[in-house]
Design a protein around this ligand. Structure first.
Ligand code: VAH
Length: 366
């Protein structure tokens, strides 16, 4: 059934007549006192955000929940997904079922848990999105619309991650600035450009506190990637620790921006806590390092002598990667809210191999 978005007249401010979806039924964002500003210093109990993370069982959700729970208290951060959580996730803090395609249920969660911040990670990534375009459109576009509406209705501070995938073959690639042509060639990239534009629209039209970072490929040790084009850069470390060889599905010279997960999660918390007046825009690039598979393999060989990489290029992933930036210009983020990365390629390789080597030793011992 097509959702009929009836809009109802509500004055946003003198002279500006603004329409709101009748399904809001709630109070308009501007009628709710602006959310407390969360400084990176001590926060009073009353100012602690009540956080909901959607898509919480993906590559970033659990790590993000752990970081925010350390900052704001375990019970103030609710992880959600449509899948059952592993036991250790379930016992690490509040977890709820949340289907972003079920708008009414989303509203119930926001109201029942007194949510004030929403970090929205439900999405199909680049490669899996191309394999199921209709599902990617539903989750990444219709799901986002539900998130925007519930955030505007309840005056939430909303974070939606964007990606290097929001750029395309006609974007400048090295470096890629915050503002430039964006004509991505994947449903993932198109949906993320849509998310950026819709988030900005809701910000300027309804006062929604929307914040967005364009992530590079994120490299994590204790969580799996979600079916993207940069997944090789996660999988190669486990292979190096376990077998000493790896078959790479991108070309040896394919340069992409990458970031260690700790930098990514810290940047997300920092943008969420940044004073609104420090933000010159609502969508920022963040950058850390940029490497090719052969550069990564060379760094790995310093730790794993004899490590061998063979190449079996996946045409789909290679075509996507060839349309993406090689480096992001993140000067606006560094100027506006003090963003800076901590991990470069040598530190990344050391950290990732230490994790996988210790896990491999444990696996062999058992
Ligand atoms: C993907 N890992 O490859 C994701 C990410 C920067 C890329 O969005 O689709």
């Amino acid at each position: 059934m097509a959702v009929l978005r009836m809009w109802r007249l509500r004055p946003a401010c003198p002279g500006l007549s603004t329409l709101l979806p009748s399904r809001f039924l709630g109070i308009a964002p501007w009628q709710v006192p602006a959310g407390a500003r969360f400084q990176s210093t001590s926060i009073s109990e009353a100012d602690l955000p009540r956080v909901l993370i959607t898509g919480g069982l993906g590559q970033l959700g659990v790590g993000l929940a752990n970081l925010l729970r350390r900052r704001f208290g375990k019970d103030n951060v609710i992880l959600s997904d449509i899948k059952k959580p592993p036991a250790q996730v379930f016992h690490s803090g509040p977890f709820v079922y949340a289907d972003i395609l079920d708008y009414k249920h989303l509203r119930e969660i926001v109201v029942n848990h007194r949510i004030t911040w929403l970090l929205h990670y439900s999405a199909l990534l680049s490669a899996v999105g191309e394999a199921n375009v209709s599902l990617a459109r539903a989750v990444n576009v219709t799901g986002l619309h539900n998130i925007l509406d519930v955030a505007a209705e309840h005056n939430l501070r909303l974070f939606v991650p964007s990606t290097i995938g929001a750029f395309g073959p006609t974007s400048p690639r090295n470096p890629t600035p915050d503002l430039c042509i964006q004509r991505p060639r994947t449903i993932y990239g198109v949906s993320k450009v849509h998310a950026e534009l819709m988030g900005e629209y809701y910000h300027y039209r309804y006062g929604l506190d929307f914040r967005c970072l364009r992530y590079p490929g994120i490299i994590s040790a204790d969580s799996q990637p979600g079916g993207g084009t940069t997944d090789y850069a996660v999988e190669i470390f486990r292979a190096a620790a376990r077998s000493g060889k790896f078959e790479c599905n991108l070309a040896a010279g394919c340069r992409l921006p990458m970031m260690y997960i700790e930098d990514c999660l810290r940047a997300t918390l920092e943008i969420m806590e940044a004073p609104a007046e420090s933000l010159s825009t609502r969508v920022y690039n963040i950058n850390a390092m940029s490497f090719t598979p052969e550069e990564l393999a060379r760094e790995l060989c310093k730790h794993v002598p004899g490590f061998r990489v063979t190449y079996s290029v996946d045409p789909l992933r290679q075509a996507i990667a060839d349309s993406w930036p090689m480096n992001l210009d993140d000067s606006n983020a560094r100027r506006d809210w003090g963003w800076k990365h901590d991990f470069d390629l040598p530190e990344l390789v050391t950290l990732m191999l230490n994790f996988h080597s210790s896990n491999t030793r444990v696996a062999r011992a058992n």
